[in-house]
Each structure stands twice: as C-alpha cells, then as structure tokens.
Unconditional design. Structure first.
Length: 181
C-alpha cells in the first residue's frame, strides 16, 4: 500500500508545479476508496489508455523536464490488482488529474469476519501509511512551495507534530484489532 501511495503522490508533486494535491480516504460500502488529485498539467485524453503500460511516457519531451522512468503507474496498477482492487483515472489537460483506487473488502469477497472489523483494521493501517507519507513529503512540499492536503485538512508547519500522532494512533488501533481478532 505504501508503494502505491508513494508513486501516486510523487507523480502528483512532480506534475503540479506550485499546485495543490489532495489525498482522500473514504468508505463506500463494500469498498474502501482512496483518491489522489492534483491541479497540475494533466494528461491528454488520447494518452490515458496507455499510462499504465510499463515504460510508457506521456509526451516523450516530458522525460527531460520532469524525470521518471515510466514505471510508477504500472507498479500502482499491478499492486492494486494484486489486492483485488481497481484503478480509475480522470484527467483534463491543463487542469489536473485524479486517480481513484477501489479496494473491496468484507464478506462479499469471500473473507471471513465482520465487515466493520476489516474496515477498522484497514483504516488503522492507513493512519500509519499516511502519517509516514506526510513526514516523507513535508520537507519536499515546503521546499518547493507545494502543499499536501488530505481530505479537508491542510497540513502546514504542524505536519511535524500531526504525523507522529497519526502514526501512533494507527499503531494503537492496529494492535487493538489484531489482539481482538
């Protein structure tokens, strides 16, 4: 999960010069939905079917300007599919891109246990991952005047205080649910 979010956030930062990045985690039963949006340069509609191909680069001239190898999105798609999820992308050239990840969970997927327990465990893990990602990208975000938002919460200098708390809450929840099951 960490690699998926890192790749999506890294791309959002790379292609959103002085822009806004929004990452959301929501529940839409029976799915958990993660979305990462930016207001960057966007992806041309004719390129969208190919962006998950290995080594594919949108407009080859971008490679020199923005860097990257063309592997990030193929890794994202592969990892999401390995977890039984799907990836959707919406983009408008010059207006930004939104990647939406849908992860099914609960009895509908043939798993034993209550749906709520699966969601609780997943959300505790997401607290940990998002806290780590906040810490990882906070220096980059402030150094380049880019800001990261998760849902409606704006993280500024207090990210250094909030992130360890998020990680701690996530770890406590994770251990609680592991012990309970």
């Amino acid at each position: 999960m960490e690699q998926i979010l890192l790749n999506l956030l890294e791309n959002a930062i790379r292609y959103s010069e002085r822009g806004t990045i929004v990452a959301k985690l929501t529940e839409d039963k029976p799915n958990v939905v993660i979305s990462v949006s930016d207001n960057g340069i966007g992806i041309p509609k004719e390129e969208l079917p190919y962006i998950f191909d290995r080594f594919y680069r949108v407009e080859k001239s971008r490679a020199r300007e923005y860097g990257g190898t063309g592997l990030g999105l193929s890794i994202v798609k592969k990892y999401v599919e390995l977890q039984g999820g799907t990836v959707k992308v919406e983009s408008q050239l010059g207006a930004g891109t939104t990647f939406t990840l849908l992860f099914p969970c609960g009895k509908g997927q043939g798993e034993a246990g209550r749906f709520d327990e699966k969601i609780d465990w997943f959300f505790s893990l997401m607290f940990i991952v998002m806290g780590l990602i906040c810490l990882l990208f906070s220096a980059n975000a402030f150094g380049h005047e880019r800001f990261i938002t998760f849902g409606r919460t704006f993280f500024s200098v207090c990210m250094w205080l909030i992130c360890p708390v998020m990680i701690s809450i996530g770890l406590c929840l994770w251990f609680y649910y592991r012990k309970r099951n």
